[in-house]
Design a protein around this ligand. Structure first.
Ligand SMILES: [Zn+2]
Length: 429
């Protein structure tokens, strides 16, 4: 007679243990859901299960106190170069790229989009070599050049700019390919842009443009006012070659007009594409980026760019409110690449989360010409969660103090919420 009652109790107990991980007491910034307030975030089976003022910690396998910290959707960086490992010298489809996991989680980034390092011909190799093996979610813009960013003459080969083949590959891999990229083109014609737009139109995906060499035969104004479609992305927006301010320091009206047309302006900082003399007046006068991105590669990673949070911190110190900085690094880029399941903390969304602090002090930030901007604030990544599991924990806020674990403590953590000591967790069994 007691047995059924026991089962009922046991079922009840199981039902209560409904979260693998709860982030408690942080300030949640979720632009899509118009939320900026202290909330608890409950995670179960790799998904956001609850966002509420007070989640009962008794129902959680792991509770982490994140009070005083910002809890944001995992950052989405839509301009990186991560086609590493091919052995190609001096090429973004090779030695100039980096492997994503070494750079992403430590700065709160959970999703990146490779910006055209591969084209339709070598995308399958990129997918096999990097995308399918990375813990980071890696998406991709296909270069309009079939062989991608092979450097030198490869990227100038107009005969290898095949709109149809690019669109077909994009449609075949529609879960991963988010757009078409043209970059580095030096010729006087519009052909690289036109072929990219043609491919983007066939596949119904956005085009991202690195305008390459700026030439009088094809003015940048015409690119953003005529050639690009609404939803297409002009990256490297604070590049020195972009006509930004007039002699009186006033931002030129054509930029606002292009934005009204629906053209998207993205940072794409990189090693050559971000100057304070462009960005500061622009931000002050309302020409802020739609999305913040790094253009991560071997030449930017240790220079003025450094990482996503360093680029975000520049905007924070230019006076942009933190909620705006986070929106432009999460929901805005996710929407731009039409991955609206990302960049927010709605119920059921993938549990990709960044926990950030703002450090106060005397800091310096450097642009691509080596000019410094001083600032009082710096964003720091405290914790990153990817697919419901902790993948980075700077100060061990998910951990017990070692003195409290006894003299013979074994590997800590639980695979339900922890991916940082996965090998150890398995080994201890
Ligand atoms: Zn780039």
């Amino acid at each position: 007679m007691r047995f059924p009652i026991f089962i009922l109790l046991a079922t009840g107990a199981l039902a209560q243990s409904k979260y693998d991980l709860v982030l408690k007491g942080g300030h949640v910034v979720d632009a899509r859901n118009h939320l900026s307030a202290v909330r608890d975030v409950g995670i179960q089976n790799g998904r956001i299960a609850e966002v509420a003022a007070n989640i009962d910690p008794a129902g959680a396998a792991k509770v982490v106190d994140v009070s005083g910290l910002y809890v944001t959707p995992g950052l989405v960086d839509i301009h990186v170069h991560v086609y590493a490992g091919t052995g190609m010298r001096n090429a973004y489809s090779g030695d100039l790229s980096v492997y994503p996991d070494g750079f992403t989680f430590r700065s709160g980034v959970t999703t990146v989009a490779d910006a055209g390092s591969s084209g339709w011909r070598n995308f399958p190799d990129f997918k096999d070599r990097v995308i399918d093996r990375a813990q980071t979610r890696v998406l991709a813009f296909l270069n309009i050049v079939g062989r991608g960013m092979g450097g030198g003459p490869i990227e100038q080969n107009v005969d290898d700019m095949d709109a149809k083949a690019t669109a077909e590959q994009a449609q075949k891999y529609r879960d991963v390919v988010v757009g078409v990229k043209t970059a580095h083109y030096a010729g006087p014609e519009w052909i690289a842009v036109e072929r990219a737009v043609e491919a983007g139109t066939i596949a119904n995906i956005p085009v991202m443009v690195d305008f390459g060499e700026f030439r009088p035969e094809r003015p940048y104004q015409d690119l953003v006012l005529k050639k690009l479609r609404p939803g297409d992305i002009s990256t490297h927006m604070y590049l020195g070659a972009v006509l930004m301010v007039d002699d009186n320091g006033k931002v030129l009206p054509y930029l606002f007009e292009a934005r009204r047309r629906g053209v998207i302006f993205d940072v794409g900082h990189g090693a050559g594409s971000f100057l304070f003399r462009q960005a500061v007046p622009a931000v002050q006068q309302g020409f802020a980026p739609d999305s913040i991105s790094t253009d991560l590669h071997v030449s930017s990673m240790n220079a003025g760019m450094k990482d996503m949070l360093n680029v975000m911190s520049k905007f924070l110190n230019m006076g942009m409110p933190v909620d705006e900085v986070i929106a432009r690094s999460t929901w805005h880029p996710a929407r731009e690449i039409k991955h609206e399941e990302l960049g927010h903390l709605s119920l059921g969304a993938p549990a990709d989360v960044a926990v950030l602090s703002i450090q106060k002090g005397d800091f310096g930030f450097v642009d691509v010409n080596g000019a410094r901007m001083r600032g009082k604030q710096r964003l720091v990544c405290e914790l990153t969660v990817r697919g419901g599991k902790v993948v980075y924990d700077l100060n061990g806020i998910t951990r017990e103090d070692w003195e409290n674990l006894g003299p013979r403590y074994t590997a800590q953590g639980d695979a339900a919420w922890d991916a940082t000591i996965g090998h150890a967790v398995r080994a201890r069994k």
